[in-house]
Design a protein around this ligand. Structure first.
Ligand code: F6P
Length: 342
């Protein structure tokens, strides 16, 4: 069998572990693997490389980013290219495609499956927002990086008696903010699923100071928004891929707290540091298990599925379960975290 793979959307620690896992599993079963460069764009432009089960592939396990490159494509441009995609896959003699990506990529993979292309999807994102899987690889690494950063901010915040606002990634959901915030003992966590009231945020900090504490740490997901009518915020612009551009929510919150409380406030945006670098052991193992199971699904002709972590096991789920809605932080998870706020 001839398998193709590609990585699409924002990069994520563990992508190379998946590529390695696919190539090695395929080789052990007498199959070969081709990689398309830069996500869907490379598939449309037929930019492909043969991937060999060699020393180079073996060593990419611990390497961040993706050796195939990645990119984003507007869904309309992608759909318009379906005939070219079919022709390129046929020309390369591909029997099954394994796209590795987030919800947007999996939507694209479903579109290909609906158009008769044999596909097995592998979910990835540091945001952990793909439905149907308990975790995506990349998330654990992002949480570890953010936790380390927040630990460091604790010591400088307490030395200067400051409130620190730490902005982490999380476009639509607050998983990174919730986990890193809990792990690092944040005094408040603001996530997109729960619009915040700046008055309440300030009260929590004020209460801390009344109790004799002199500093505070607030973790905010980049996509967090104030409750309607509580804080003026400019309309968000939309980029060429239809994604909203963020507007320094941590800076805005910092300014508000400084104005309302007599205290010094600083904001830090962790940004792409959370997405770079070597994956944690957990992410390497999850990425490898996804790869082996996706490759086996291809080899068994179990097409048009997505690999997913369910409890301790990797299962194959339908595209419908993985796409359409995002996996948000449930209320009860946020409620648990709230016990430690203030
Ligand atoms: O991978 C998802 C994500 O990490 C979001 O949390 C974030 O908003 C986005 O990627 C940023 O990606 P880029 O800067 O590559 O457009």
């Amino acid at each position: 069998m001839r398998i193709a793979t590609l990585t699409s959307g924002g990069d994520c620690p563990g992508l190379n572990a998946v590529i390695r896992g696919i190539v090695r599993t395929a080789a052990q079963n007498g199959s070969t693997v081709v990689g398309f460069e830069d996500g869907w764009q490379g598939l449309l432009e037929d930019r492909r490389v043969q991937l060999y089960d060699d020393d180079f592939i073996d060593r990419i396990l611990r390497r961040g980013g993706t050796i195939l490159g990645t990119g984003r494509l507007h869904p309309d441009d992608f759909k318009a290219g379906i005939d070219r995609i079919k022709a390129n896959l046929e020309d390369a003699g591909i029997d099954c495609l394994i796209p590795i990506g987030g919800e947007g990529t999996l939507k694209g993979a479903k579109f290909l499956a609906d158009n008769g292309i044999p596909v097995v999807g592998v979910p990835k994102t540091i945001d952990n927002d793909v439905n149907g899987t308990d975790y995506t690889f990349g998330f654990d690494t992002a949480v570890a990086v953010a936790t380390d950063a927040i630990d460091r901010l604790h010591t400088t915040a307490e030395s200067h008696d400051r409130v620190m606002i730490v902005e982490v990634m999380g476009r639509h959901v607050g998983w990174i903010a919730l986990h890193a915030g809990m792990a690092a003992g944040a005094h408040d966590i603001l996530i997109p699923e729960h619009p915040f009231d700046i008055e309440e945020v300030c009260k929590k900090m004020a209460r801390r100071f009344q109790m004799g504490e002199k500093y505070g740490i607030i973790v905010v997901a980049e996509g967090a928004l104030p409750k309607e009518g509580t804080l003026e915020i400019a309309d968000r612009e939309v980029d060429q891929f239809g994604h909203e551009k963020f507007q320094d929510i941590s800076g805005l919150i910092a300014k508000e707290i400084e104005n309302r409380l007599d205290t010094e406030v600083r904001s830090t945006v962790l940004g792409h540091i959370q997405r770079g670098g070597t994956p944690t052991a957990f992410d390497r193992v999850l990425a490898t298990r996804f790869a082996v199971n996706a490759t086996k699904a291809c080899l068994n002709g179990d097409f048009n599925k997505v690999v997913a972590l369910k409890g301790q096991d990797i299962e194959l789920i339908d595209f419908e379960e993985a796409v359409g809605t995002l996996k948000e932080v449930p209320q009860k998870r946020y409620d648990t975290a709230q016990n430690l706020f203030g």
